[in-house]
Design a protein around this ligand. Sequence first.
Ligand SMILES: *[C@@H]1O[C@H](CO)[C@@H](O)[C@H](O)[C@H]1NC(C)=O
Length: 143
Amino acid sequence: MIRVCIFLALLSISFADNVKFKDCGSVVGKINSVDVNPCPTEPCQLKKNTNVTISMDFLPNSNSATFKTVVHGIIGGVPVPFPTANGDVNPPVPIQQNQKITYTNAIFVEPAYPKISLVVKWEIQDSTGKDFACFVVPAMIVG
Ligand SMILES: *[C@@H]1O[C@H](CO)[C@@H](O)[C@H](O)[C@H]1NC(C)=O
């Protein structure tokens, strides 16, 4: 019984932050999953003065010597560039076709950001600017 409870608890933890995302044009790859941590309820509440971690599994279907992370907050339809905490530290390059990639990065929610709803658009681009992965998740900035 205890074992079952522990198993269920682990299960709920590991799936708690797997968010619903919309693909926004992963032309040279396929996204398997996106995690936002913490994000216990959707839309994800991005708390000011905290780091929010993004993890994603994706499968590239072309090779690239480099990659680039591009993040925007879409506010009222207008994309605003969003800095990431870790820049382009991972995944390891070169990126190879059909090798699953687990990508992790974070954003720091600046205290100065306004409390608004937005859509986070996250792109991983290859060396020619094509998206290995592009997803959007609805979010809101909270105090
Ligand atoms: C957020 O992450 C950065 C970089 O890893 C770190 O320096 C900073 O202390 C973190 N801030 C908080 C509030 O956890």
